[in-house]
Design a protein around this ligand. Structure first.
Ligand code: FAD
Length: 418
């Protein structure tokens, strides 16, 4: 008999990572309910930093990810980002180079997801299961899940890994307005370029070897190579910070013309224009984020990943933070029992909420810095160090030590509960 049943709602990076870690413990029954008909990621590139890499090492997944990482991480100092002023017709200039241990570790999203999918035991994932609501009767022993197809399931713990538009979060915060995501004021354009298109006469575009942050007033562009260096992933941003917090009136993700993209960055330096000319079918994304949540847990319902802390992508951190959630929660669930599940959830929130919300706030602030709209404007001697400081969360603490703090906190709750 399993000691308890965990239902994971959502099979993105957070749900899959949690499921893979929990399934290693035969005393926990794990079921993952995914609304789509199969696992899939949208978008192309995803980057992680040394903090997440240490977690992947700690859980024995680093070797798998090493095979698909570009470049395969070896712990040496690498470029995080090369920051350049680029909103000018003539050649731009570097105003900051941020370097750090492991540098920027990059992946193709589909490959990233595949590593986790391949580690998932059969029978755990249930597709076509859109959670519509759950019972939150505190007197009941189990939680009932109601799916859009009319079926129900029961569990002892519900983990909402259902992304930025989370149904679980909406219900958890129903009495406080649902805590819906808000528009960040930023539109992103995304596209991929084969590296062969960026090389001519032996000259290779700078971004093939170096993760670039091209900065301009109210706009910036991130580009880096993935897939063994064969493809360059580009995300461009244009912001109207006054609109942060508003409701976006249209569909969040749509296709758009190349001309719209080119018009947006006309007058930028030549190496930017050269890149954008190769993006023939960009997609346009209205970026949303959450206002930091006051809690991630309500009794035996827990939020993980974007459901808990969807953030703007300016520190490439949402997926890494989701993996850290899964790392901490999986260990706490391993050591608790059915009767102490609520304490494990409390210990998870105790360590994860402050850091995840800090990264969420920092991501948004970083975007403003890259677009010269923060208090530092384009005063490079002050802006450069401020940008660098924004990355401090990566190694200010060690994730394995933070995990131990969560376990210690759980032990202290246990003592005071008995
Ligand atoms: C432009 C952009 C670039 C980014 N770049 C990076 C980066 O470089 N590095 C990084 O770390 N992060 C990055 N992020 C953030 C990262 O993509 C997310 O934080 C991460 O993918 C969140 O994973 P998740 O599993 O929590 O949510 P999701 O990936 O959204 O997965 C949620 C899953 O739940 C399912 N679902 C939804 N509702 C229901 C329901 N009611 N019932 C059942 N299933 C449901 C969905 O179908 C989906 O499969 C970026 C984000 C954006 C927008």
């Amino acid at each position: 008999m399993p000691k308890f049943k965990v239902a994971i709602c959502g099979g993105g990076i957070s749900g899959l990572c949690l499921a893979v870690l929990l399934c290693r413990d035969p005393s926990i029954q794990v079921d993952m309910y995914e609304s789509a008909s199969r696992f899939a990621e949208i978008g192309a590139g995803v980057m992680i930093w040394s903090r997440t890499w240490k977690i992947l090492e700690a859980v024995g997944l680093a070797e798998d990810f090493s095979r698909i990482a570009h470049p395969p991480p070896d712990g040496s100092i690498g470029v995080g980002f090369d920051y350049r002023r680029s909103d000018q017709v003539e050649e731009g200039f570097q105003f900051r180079l941020v370097e750090m241990a492991y540098g920027c570790i990059r992946f193709h999203r589909a490959h990233f997801l595949d590593v986790l999918v391949n580690r998932l035991p059969p029978g755990v994932a249930h597709f076509g299961k859109r959670l519509a609501a759950y019972s939150d009767d505190s007197e009941a022993e189990t939680i009932t899940l109601n799916f859009a197809d009319g079926t129900t399931e029961a569990c002892d713990l519900l983990v909402g890994c259902d992304g930025i538009k989370s149904t679980v979060r909406k219900q958890m915060f129903a009495e406080e307005g649902g805590h819906d995501p808000v528009f960040t004021g930023t539109i992103a354009y995304r596209g991929l370029i084969p590296v062969s298109a960026l090389s001519s006469d032996g000259a290779v575009h700078r971004t093939v070897s170096t993760p670039m942050m091209y900065c301009g007033k109210d706009k910036h562009i991130v580009s880096y190579s993935i897939s063994q260096g064969s493809v360059v992933n580009v995300i461009t941003f244009r912001s109207d910070h006054e609109r942060e917090g508003s409701t976006y009136p249209d569909t969040w993700v749509t296709e758009c013309s190349q001309q719209e993209l080119l018009d947006c960055y006309s007058g930028w330096e030549p190496e930017v224009i050269e890149m954008l000319q190769h993006i023939e079918t960009p997609t346009r994304w209205a970026l949303h984020h959450l206002r930091p949540l006051p809690r991630f847990v309500n009794k035996k319902v827990v939020l993980v990943g974007d459901a808990a802390h969807a953030m703007s992508p300016h520190q490439g951190a949402g997926a890494g933070q989701a993996i850290e959630d899964a790392f901490v929660l999986a260990r706490l669930l391993k050591i608790c029992t059915l009767s102490t599940l609520h304490l494990a959830c409390e210990a998870y929130q105790h360590v994860r909420l402050p850091l995840a919300n800090r990264v969420l706030r920092g991501s948004y602030e970083s975007g403003m810095m890259y677009e010269f709209t923060s208090e530092f404007g384009d005063d490079y001697p002050r802006l450069g160090p401020a940008i660098e400081k924004q990355w401090a969360w990566i190694d200010e603490t060690d994730p394995v030590e933070v995990l131990q703090r969560a376990v210690d906190y759980y032990d202290s709750l246990l003592l005071s509960d008995t």
